[in-house]
Design a protein around this ligand. Structure first.
Ligand code: FAD
Length: 598
């Protein structure tokens, strides 16, 4: 800082301090604006905010100070006695301020999706929380806003989910200066919720297990799953670069050694961490660590509200609304849109598919789709917007997705009459339609001990209270409220199919395990909104395509914000492949575009 900037900064800090003291009474440490514990311990403004009292959008200093006093997540997790441990959750090591507030009531971030009866100690004042409602009434049509400052960089990336991190890391490693912007208080997006795995064909992990796979088969199955409405060129890139994508993840430090089968696929192509641990939290942890190691500028609470262009077909940067810093502009030589899908946006989903408006969504609350409309305003063509995927197995009346890998690991789908009614490993659209054709519009996953042991995620569903357990099939049937004789006969027939390696009833191809004891398990499931297949049109270079069919200069996109890769129905495991394959292409092409421009 020069003397020129220090003096105004000090004056501003002093003014803020005076204003704060005036607003909070003479002794701010006793202010009713502070929550119980902080008030009791006479915490001062500077204890949390630092001397300058300025708070950046990522609330960096605040969070450092929280951890300085209270310890890190690991320390706090160790003290937690309850089964649900918010400091050791799939959200990972995030900002404390995502849940804890100093001046308004705290709210557990988990409860944007769950409904845990979790009381945060030092909840804060009784004042209504001023938290933003992330699910917007309507995504498009933000008013033009005035910027209060201008920054510059090489590449701006919109949205810090998997695609955003992969694009940022790749662009950075190719020599570009990157700013990664995330509107939510935590990074990760839907990517962090991914439970199953990443599809990749002909990987060293498949070969190690003596398994034969072929990218050409992945192309065929992806096209068939997408009802041949996918862009075949994008699908070829997805499949033929999928094994490289897994190698890339491993090079960052990820574990992709375990294999399982997903619906619509004839081989074990879904890669995940050992023991079947959820892929998303693992990858986001790896990405966060890699971004931090590279000093990539990642900003949370930073919503992109406009993609700027020069009016001559070239994108020039973005306008951002920071939680604390207000609206500002970042001029960039290239912009990568990785802002994800919109399955959490009731209104938008309802505008395309009114029948899905009231169904539960498996998505994080920020999956509201602005990235698509910001791109459209900057000239992009949107495709397949009405193609919204319903996932067959959301846990009963919750927002928790029961991963397809539970079926892949050995669970069967049973109706309220205690009978199987569909090939469990068919595509999601068909499995969902079969459940919705049942009078109760719901079904049960039924599995045995060996399946539970093979997939650590099932223990997570047990912890969340989604699973019924019993010592016999008949006792399980009683708990499920289905006829015991029917369920017993269903399980016996399925176990016979396991022995014979042939399923005459529903032609399920892969029967990895029987439904065996000593304990039997059931999960009540209903279909729910899961994935939006449509979005920004891109080409195989991840360039955004304008309405006239030409690429928009300096504009790239990857992941769920794009359309075309998955056609009208996505196969389980292919979305994470999409984020890595096209995230890498977008990052690498944005960086080479900049080099050419220099
Ligand atoms: P996201 O990860 O959603 O990231 C987009 C980010 O952009 C978000 O953080 C969002 O908040 C941010 N953003 C949005 N608008 C703005 C803005 N204006 N300014 C700044 N930031 C913005 N797929 C698989 O292949 N395998 C699986 O096992 C699997 N399991 C899943 C389980 C669940 C519960 C869910 C919901 C999805 C699952 N999927 C799975 C799908 C997959 O996770 C997603 O399609 C994929 O991760 C999307 O990645 P992304 O980076 O494109 O978007």
């Amino acid at each position: 800082m020069t003397r020129k900037t220090i003096v105004p900064a000090l004056l501003l800090s002093a003014a803020l301090l005076i204003a704060a003291s005036a607003a909070w009474g003479e002794d701010s440490s006793k202010s009713s604006f502070l929550s119980g514990v902080h008030k009791k311990n006479q915490v001062t403004c500077a204890d949390c905010h630092g001397k300058s009292l300025t708070v950046d959008d990522s609330e960096t200093a605040l969070n450092k100070n929280c951890k300085g006093c209270h310890g890190g997540f690991a320390d706090l997790a160790a003290k937690t006695k309850e089964h649900i441990n918010p400091h050791n959750s799939h959200l990972g090591d995030t900002n404390c301020t995502a849940c804890h507030k100093g001046h308004v009531a705290s709210k557990a971030y988990c409860n944007y999706c769950h409904s845990f009866a979790m009381k945060i100690p030092a909840m804060g004042t009784e004042k209504e929380s001023t938290d933003k409602k992330w699910v917007q009434e309507s995504a498009p049509g933000k008013k033009d806003l005035k910027s209060n400052r201008v920054e510059s960089t090489d590449v701006v990336v919109i949205g810090a989910g998997g695609s955003g991190y992969v694009a940022s890391i790749t662009a950075h490693d190719a020599g570009a200066k990157v700013i990664l912007l995330e509107k939510m208080p935590i990074t990760g997006g839907n990517s962090m919720l991914a439970a199953g795995g990443i599809n990749a064909a002909r990987t060293r992990y498949q070969e190690r297990l003596g398994m034969h796979d072929d990218p050409a088969e992945m192309v065929k199955e992806t096209m068939k799953g997408g009802r041949d409405k996918n862009d075949p060129e994008l699908v070829k890139v997805l499949a033929y670069k999928s094994a490289d994508a897994v190698d890339f993840l491993v090079s960052l430090g990820a574990d992709m050694t375990d294999l399982v089968r997903s619906g619509g696929v004839a081989v074990d192509r879904t890669h995940r961490p050992v023991g079947g641990a959820a892929v998303g939290p693992h990858l986001i942890k790896v990405y966060r660590e890699n971004a931090a190691k590279r000093n990539i500028d990642v900003r949370v609470n930073s919503e992109v509200v406009q993609i700027l262009s020069d009016g001559k077909g070239r994108v020039t940067g973005v306008q951002v609304k920071g939680k604390h810093s207000g609206v500002y502009t970042i001029n960039a030589k290239a912009v990568i849109d990785t802002a994800g899908g919109f399955a959490a946006n009731n209104e938008l989903v309802g505008s395309y598919k009114p029948q899905f408006r009231e169904t539960a969504s498996s998505n994080q609350p920020g999956a509201t789709g602005e990235g698509m409309f910001l791109a459209e305003k900057a000239g992009a063509k949107l495709i397949d917007m009405e193609q919204i995927q319903i996932h067959p197995t959301m846990g009963g009346d919750t927002k928790v997705l029961v991963s397809e890998t539970v079926r892949g690991s050995g669970a069967i789908l049973v109706n309220h009459a205690g009978k199987r009614f569909v090939n469990e490993l068919t595509t999601r659209d068909k499995a969902s339609a079969a459940i919705l054709a049942q009078p109760e519009k719901s079904a049960f996953l039924v599995l045995g001990e060996s399946t539970r042991k093979s997939n650590v995620q099932i223990d997570g569903y047990i912890a969340l209270g989604l699973v019924q357990q019993a010592d016999s099939v008949a006792a399980l049937a009683a708990k499920m409220g289905v006829p015991a004789d029917a369920l017993t006969a269903t399980v016996a027939a399925y176990n016979k199919a396991f022995e014979a390696k042939k399923d005459p009833e529903f032609q399920r191809q892969d029967i990895p395990r029987p439904v065996d004891g000593p304990k039997y398990y059931a999960i009540w499931v209903k279909p729910g909104r899961h994935h939006t297949m449509g979005g920004v049109k891109i080409n195989t270079e991840a360039q955004v395509i304008a309405k006239d069919g030409n690429p928009i200069t300096g504009f790239y996109a990857a992941g769920e914000v794009t359309g075309g890769v998955h056609g009208w129905n996505r196969l389980g495991g292919n979305a994470i492949t999409d984020t890595v394959v096209f995230g890498r292409i977008a990052g690498s092409n944005a960086a080479s575009f900049i080099k050419k421009e220099k």
